[in-house]
Design a protein. Structure first.
Length: 74
């Protein structure tokens, strides 16, 4: 069964979402919100970077932007 039915009408493609699709999207958004809250809590509790994290950031900042990999190329 297709998640969305696509119909051509007057040159446009219309997408009809079912209640199941909307419920699935809602659940995904709720989970993302929960994950963000956990991350925010962890960051507010710790407050400081470890020596390892500081070293990794320093090494990363030394890499020229020309060597960065575009996310679309992955």
């Amino acid at each position: 069964m297709l998640i969305a039915e696509r119909l051509k009408y007057a040159g446009y493609i219309q997408i009809y979402m079912t209640d199941i699709d909307i419920a699935h999207l809602h659940n995904d958004i709720v989970q993302l919100k929960n994950d963000v809250q956990i991350i925010k809590h962890i960051l507010s509790e710790e407050g400081k970077l470890t020596d390892w994290a500081k070293n990794e950031l320093k090494k990363t900042r030394e890499i020229p932007e020309e060597e960065y990999v575009n996310i679309d190329d992955i």
